[in-house]
Design a protein around this ligand. Sequence first.
Ligand SMILES: Nc1ncnc2c1ncn2[C@@H]1O[C@H](COP(=O)(O)OP(=O)(O)O)[C@@H](O)[C@H]1O
Ligand SMILES: [Mg+2]
Length: 403
Amino acid sequence: MATPPAILCIASYEKGHDFLRQCKESGARVFLLTSLSLQHKAAWPVEAIDNIFYMPDDNHVWNRDHTLYAVAHLCRDNVIDLIVPLDDFDLEMAAFLRAHLRIGGMGESTTRHFRDKLAMRIQAEEVGLSIPDFVPILNHQRVNEFLHRVPPPWVLKPRLLAGAIGIQKVHTRERAWELIHALGDQQSFHLLERFVAGDICHVDSIVYENELMFAVASEYGRPPLDVSHSGDIFTASLCLRGSEREKLLLAKNSRVLAGLGLLRGVSHTEFIIAHEDGKVYFLETSARVGGAHIADLIEAATGVNMWREWAKVELAGGKTAYQAPPARNDYAGLLVSLAKQQWPDLSAYDDPEIVWRMQREHHAGLIVRSPVHARVVELMQRYKDRFRQDFWAVLPPQSKPTH
Ligand SMILES: Nc1ncnc2c1ncn2[C@@H]1O[C@H](COP(=O)(O)OP(=O)(O)O)[C@@H](O)[C@H]1O
Ligand SMILES: [Mg+2]
């Protein structure tokens, strides 16, 4: 029998338990490289991991050279076949290691398309997708031209962060320059773009050999930026199948993935459907499973576990066939709120449609499932109001990049 493939998973944050489990169950040898600061905190599925290694980290950031030395050391006694980043922030490190160790998988320039908000915009524009007008914070004259040409409001956003962290809505040119100057040497790591008021939607996909094997279109309730700024309840739910909205999103999504060059893997891609004219704007993409329990939402509705499918796709590696599992056509909705109680009591939420409950201190969350779209919408609306009364707590938004 051939030697089982060895996979090195890079995880600066605790992510992807099911990915690790699937790798093990598929017969791979599983190595995990993770942050030292997680050593006594993370509950990794140890039964699925052959060896776990820790990198000293500065708030989850690793030293590149030291990581390279550590992995090269591992390679002295082991042949590594695959390197897979489990968190968005690990994509560059994985690509850098692959490039040095000459291991296949997504290279450094494609990685840029799925990580760097500037690179993905430039590429999306090149392949003819609509995107909100933008300018990199590089040449000040161009920034100035942008501020005169494009009407406010704008958003100033970091190129490499996630979860709406550091994004600021700006209404005047004076304020824009104030914020830009305050960024100092970090300016080039930001971009400025037109704020397009609209519904924020997402499509979660599985791709194999450039072919879209599975894609589900969903929409957030209030835009994530509003939720993070006002501390509202975060919601997401699947779009009505066969609706105009779903068709538009799926069509745009396949253009994004083809245009940005995803060969195999999973993607969480976001769009804005503008209130003004209904036009679909590409907002951002990634080569990872959607965060914030989106994977649980997709699994509740379809039975497809994105983490496990991603592992299968990586292990198939273009050498053997991959087929997405048959998907259920149910609908599901997700609600998450910060809770003022340490362990909020959700026992009064007892509709049979509830299929998942969040277990996290100071959080209340659940997922509802129904074969009927309207029933999900109705439950979501009702629960949103009840969550507000029962649990809701407001925290200030996460750190801004300017102070
Ligand atoms: N150009 C824009 N117009 C309107 N809202 C935006 C725009 N850019 C970002 N946002 C808001 O900020 C949120 C986060 O932006 P996004 O680009 O998706 O970055 P992140 O990686 O932090 O999710 C979006 O979900 C949306 O609510
Ligand atoms: Mg986003």
